[in-house]
Design a protein around this ligand. Structure first.
Ligand code: NDP
Length: 333
C-alpha cells in the first residue's frame, strides 16, 4: 500500500446553517478504508444540490463534524478487506457515497465504479450521480414512451440538461421550465421542444401554457425537482393516468399531500431516490454501462459549468444555491 499522509484538506460542517458553516481545513485525519470499502484519492468532486440540504439541515447529517459531498472521481489509494477484485490500488474510479469534499474519501465498494479508458476523470465526476438519476427517472420512475409529452423543471440544471437530452434520445417531447431566457435557450439546445418560465406570479398561467402545448391533454409525466413552490402547478399539468414524479426540493420540501387528489385523473405519484434504483452492484453496473455508452457514442453531452478549487467551496455553493449555474459544477483538488 502506498504511504498515506496523516492529515488532509477537506470541508466539513460542525452544525447546520448557511454557507458560513462550511469550514475548509487542512488538518482532517486521513481515514482508513473499512471492510468492503476503498479509499479514493479525489481529483474531482461533483457538487450536487443535495449537498445544500445536508448543510442547511433539510436532510439530517448523520454526525458532526460532517464532511459534505456525495460524488467524486480519482484513483484508489488503499483497499479494505472483502472488496471486488476489479477495485485495485491505482485504478481510476468514480463513486457515489459520502465525505467527498476532501482529498481522500472512504467509499463502499458497491458504489465505486471503474472508469472506462475513453471517459475522462473529470467527465466521470461531472456525470455519474446526475446522469444515473436522469436515466433511472426515464427508465423506471416513469418509463417514457416515444411521442409522450414530458415536463421537466430546472431544465438547465445538472439533472435537467441531461434529462432534456435523454428524453430527446428516446423520442419524447419535452416542455422545459427554467428561470431565465438564457437557461431556456440552453434547454432548447439540449433537446427541449417547448420552453417556459415558471410564471411565479401566476402559476395557473403556467399550467395553461402546458395544456395549450399538449392540445389540452397535459403531459404523460412531470419530472419536478423544484419541490415546494412548483409541486401544485406541476401536478395540474399531468394528464389522466400520467405520472407525477417529484424527485427534489430545491425550493423546499413539498407540503403534505392529500392522496384523494390522485383519483381526479388516476395519476401515479412517485418520490424516487436514485440509491433505491441502484441498490445492487448489478443494477449499478447496468446503468453505469448505459451511461458510459451514451457518453462515448456522443448521445449525451455533459456540460460543465465551472471547476473551482476545493478551497472555494463557499463560492461554488453560493452559485448553485443562487441559481447561477447551468449543467454541472465541480470542485478540484
Ligand atoms: P441544479 O443544477 O438543477 O440546481 C438547482 C436548480 O433548481 C437551480 O439552478 C434552479 O434552476 C432551480 N431552482 C428552482 N427554485 C429554486 C430555489 N428556490 N433555489 C435554488 N434553486 C432553485 O441541481 P442538481 O442537478 O444537482 O439537482 C437538481 C434537483 O434534483 C435537486 O432538487 C436535487 O435534490 C434533485 N436530485 C434528486 C435525486 C434523487 O435521487 N431523488 C438525485 C439527484 C438530484 P432555475 O433557476 O431554472 O429554476
Amino acid at each position: 500500500m502506498a504511504s498515506l499522509p496523516k492529515t488532509m484538506k477537506g470541508v466539513w460542517i460542525e452544525k447546520n446553517g448557511g454557507t458560513e458553516v462550511l469550514q475548509y481545513r487542512d488538518d482532517i485525519p486521513v481515514p482508513s478504508p473499512a471492510d468492503g470499502e476503498v479509499l479514493v484519492k479525489n481529483e474531482f468532486i461533483g457538487i450536487n444540490y443535495i449537498d445544500t440540504y445536508f448543510r442547511s439541515g433539510l436532510y439530517p447529517a448523520p454526525k458532526f463534524p460532517y464532511i459534505l459531498g456525495r460524488e467524486g472521481s480519482g484513483t484508489i489509494a488503499a483497499v479494505g478487506a472483502n472488496v471486488p477484485s476489479d477495485l485495485t490500488e491505482g485504478k481510476r474510479v468514480v463513486y457515489m457515497g459520502q465525505y467527498a469534499y476532501a482529498e481522500y474519501t472512504p467509499v463502499t465498494a458497491n458504489y465505486t465504479i471503474p472508469i472506462p479508458d475513453e471517459i475522462p476523470t473529470k467527465i466521470a465526476a461531472a456525470s455519474v450521480l446526475q446522469a444515473l438519476t436522469a436515466i433511472t427517472l426515464i427508465r423506471e420512475a416513469h418509463p417514457v414512451q416515444k411521442g409522450e409529452w414530458v415536463l421537466v423543471t430546472a431544465a438547465a440544471g445538472g439533472v435537467g440538461l441531461l434529462l432534456c437530452q435523454l428524453l430527446k434520445a428516446v423520442g419524447a417531447r419535452t416542455i422545459a421550465a427554467a428561470s431565465s431566457e438564457e437557461k431556456r435557450e440552453l434547454a432548447k439546445g439540449n433537446g427541449a421542444e417547448v420552453v417556459l418560465g415558471y410564471h411565479e406570479e401566476n402559476r395557473d398561467a403556467f399550467v395553461e401554457e402546458v395544456l395549450k402545448a399538449t392540445g389540452g391533454e397535459g403531459v404523460a409525466a412531470v419530472f419536478d425537482s423544484v419541490g415546494k413552490v412548483t409541486f401544485d402547478s406541476s401536478f395540474k399539468c399531468v394528464k389522466r393516468k400520467g405520472s407525477m414524479v417529484s424527485f427534489g426540493n430545491a425550493s423546499g420540501a413539498v407540503d403534505p399531500f392529500n392522496i384523494a387528489r390522485l383519483s381526479q385523473k388516476n395519476v401515479k405519484l412517485l418520490r424516487p431516490a436514485l440509491f433505491n434504483y441502484i441498490a445492487t452492484r448489478e443494477e449499478l453496473q447496468q446503468y453505469a454501462s448505459e451511461l458510459w455508452e451514451f457518453i462515448s457514442k456522443e448521445k449525451l453531452h455533459v456540460k460543465i459549468h465551472d471547476v473551482y478549487p476545493l478551497a472555494e467551496v463557499e463560492r461554488a455553493t453560493k452559485d448553485i444555491e443562487g441559481r447561477k449555474t447551468t449543467g454541472k459544477l465541480l470542485l478540484k483538488l
